[in-house]
Design a protein. Sequence first.
Length: 467
Amino acid sequence: MATRPPHRAPGTLGERFAVLDPATGLAFEEAPDQQPDELDAVVGRAHEAWRTWRADPVARATALLAAADAVDTAATDIAPLLTREQGKPLVESYAEIARTAARLRYFAELRPEPRPLRDGRPVRSEIRWRPLGPVAAIVPWNFPLQLASAKFAPALAAGNTMVLKPSPFTPLATRLLGSVMSTALPEDVLTIVTGQEPLGARLASHPGIRHVTFTGSIPTGRAVAEGAAASLARVTLELGGNDAAILLEDVEVARIADRLFWAAFRNCGQVCMAVKRVYAPARLHSEVVEALAQRAKTVVVGAGLDSDTQLGPVNNAPQLARVKRYTDQALADGARAVAGGHRLDRPGYFYAPTILTDVPPDSPVVREEQFGPVLPVLPYGSLDEAVEAANDTGFGLGGSVWGTDLDRAEAVADRLECGTAWINHHAELSLAQPFAGIKESGVGVAGGPWGLYGNLRPFVVHRPEEA
């Protein structure tokens, strides 16, 4: 069916754009279409708020804990709106909100630690830590709140203020989240701006921004880095992945099939660190394909607000077109869809959960990040061949190894060229651990104390032992 893209429409509050429900493909609400020339005032207010916010770490922690409580209390209001604009099942929206509150609490309790330096001279030197100033965050549509909190929680805890821009596909829940948190935070400490391009480009290049943190595509990440370079602002970029799962000869397929399936298909496959390629021993390849296909054929696909839904729609029309293009190309090149392989005949952006076999290794669905409910399963002859194939990519976000001999699995995991490797599971992160990619998957580190210190700069004080 024909769908309507976001559009600009005049209104009493200025220009606005439509927000679509991916389960129907139709507009259900509008959001403010803020213009780039509005950012000077927004960033200026963030800078003024920073003067007070940075001064009292105890007050900051108290405010962040109160904000977390407010988020928890408002979950029943936020979750349906998040599902409506993003598409994910309602239970996953509640989980995303809970993770947002948990991250606020985690960073509220962290404190940067001064570090003394001793080098034999009669001088006491100490490294202390200072916030950077106003920080900009640009967030994608797959986990709007969770990824926003991964940026604002450490930035605010470190004493910075933030201007946050969500994707124009998912602005509403983020605006509501900001409104909820404003009951606990001082004015202009966290500002949400919504709009279409070039709003994000202007925010990334604004001379009043001292750190730009972005999650999204590689081309846009490069543009963000180029924009931030104009003012020499620090950048943190998480630019996606093409994670491989390697199954070892001793893997028990029936035992791991559910975990492997959901590691690839959670949030309709729209997860940067989802499993996007599976390498199975040739002897087990057919068994793996059949186990995954059986789950793909029986999973309940529907609108996220329906209580039975396990898998929602693709979030937007351009992404649906990308998923279809990659799958169609693979099928044209000789791949077989053992499950799915087509768009579902219903309103909205639904694509059948798809398991592909006989996929050429150089197919775009293997080489690129499809970011949807499509999973190629490839056979391998030797383990060295599998590891080489897993590493033969410009991405380097995550990877996993599956088997019963944990020592052997860990040895294989250690050979993967990525930022995080899992054994017998995938895409599970602790708030306390670093999260970073290599190669084209990103620059900088998020998560844990590393995320906090990434929002600080060292300040060294030298004091003589005697006057």
